[in-house]
Design a protein around this ligand. Structure first.
Ligand code: SF4
Length: 287
């Protein structure tokens, strides 16, 4: 068995706790209009022409994005950074693309990480069968889980897929006490609308924070009780829209639906952050 990846980024500090090695897997069933990794979407290697200016001369050369790798070889690469993981409380993060798009490869690599005592995180759109989450949840220390658009039709329009299984899978992870960091991409006119923000808040309150047998929900002190057992607080990271991928759209001959949309700044997140924090959520910006 082999998996298709397109990059391994070492010393990352944005994809989970501590120093991380992030493995970018290739292939994604979604087509988010704001995608900042368009080179990750096709589930096969791609050859494009890379243009550079070297010593005043324009240089063009073909470059392949994506390569096949065996689980044991990938683990060998990841293990080279173990000393940094141990000293910083870090680990490996599987990102993409959509890591769950290659379920057998992902499961095999997660299993090997666990055998070696390496902490694991999976950065996911949540778009996969629930059975797959059952399979990988015991092997995953942290889920970085995107929650983008709550309205079904809007989600279909802007990402190309339904959000039904995304919501169901998230409920499963939260209610089973898994360590989840929600990530909300803040995209003007798409996710950052009053309608979507209100629906996001309602979904978190009504579907993620549910009354267990004790009927006890405490939001203000960030404690959530489910059937008498304290489970982890809801944490949410706001990801401001940026247009850094525009060159990639050009290089991969893809249409950029948000061409010309200006970047958001961290300060643009302040009022939304405060609004969500007033619900008792733990909110950060970026990452
Ligand atoms: S889920 Fe991620 S990789 Fe896939 S299209 Fe959306 S933003 Fe891009």
């Amino acid at each position: 068995m082999e998996g298709l990846i397109f990059d391994i980024r070492r010393f990352s500090v944005h994809d989970g706790p501590g120093i991380r090695t992030t493995v970018f897997m290739k292939g994604c069933p979604l087509t988010c209009q704001w995608c900042h990794n368009p080179e990750s979407r096709l589930g096969e290697p791609e050859v494009t022409v890379k243009r550079q200016v070297l010593e005043g001369r324009n240089i063009s050369k073909p470059e392949t994005t994506g390569y096949w790798i065996k689980p044991s070889d990938l683990i060998h690469e990841i293990s080279r950074d173990r000393i940094y993981f141990e000293e910083s409380g870090g680990g490996v993060t599987f990102s993409g693309g959509e890591p769950l798009f290659q379920p057998d490869f992902l499961s095999a690599v997660l299993e090997m990480c666990k055998q070696k005592g390496i902490e694991t995180a999976v950065d996911t759109s949540g778009y996969a069968d629930l059975e797959l989450f059952h399979r990988i949840a015991p092997l995953t220390d942290l889920f970085l889980y995107d929650l983008k658009i709550l309205d079904h039709e809007d989600h279909l329009h802007f990402t190309g897929v339904s959000n039904e299984c995304i919501k169901q899978n998230l409920k499963y992870l939260i209610h089973s006490g898994k360590n989840v960091l929600l990530r909300f991409p803040v995209v003007p006119g798409i996710s950052n609308t009053r309608k979507n923000i209100e629906e996001l808040k309602a979904f978190i309150l009504n579907e993620l924070l549910y009354k267990g047998k004790t009927g006890h929900i405490s939001l203000k002190d960030h404690r959530i009780f489910s059937e008498g057992t304290m489970i982890k607080p809801i944490r949410l990271s706001l990801l401001p829209y940026h247009s850094m991928a525009r060159e990639k759209y050009h290089r991969f001959h893809m249409t950029n639906p948000l061409k010309g949309l200006p970047d958001l700044q961290t300060r643009d997140m302040d009022s939304l952050k405060q609004e969500l924090e007033s619900m008792g959520l733990s909110v950060t910006i970026g990452g």
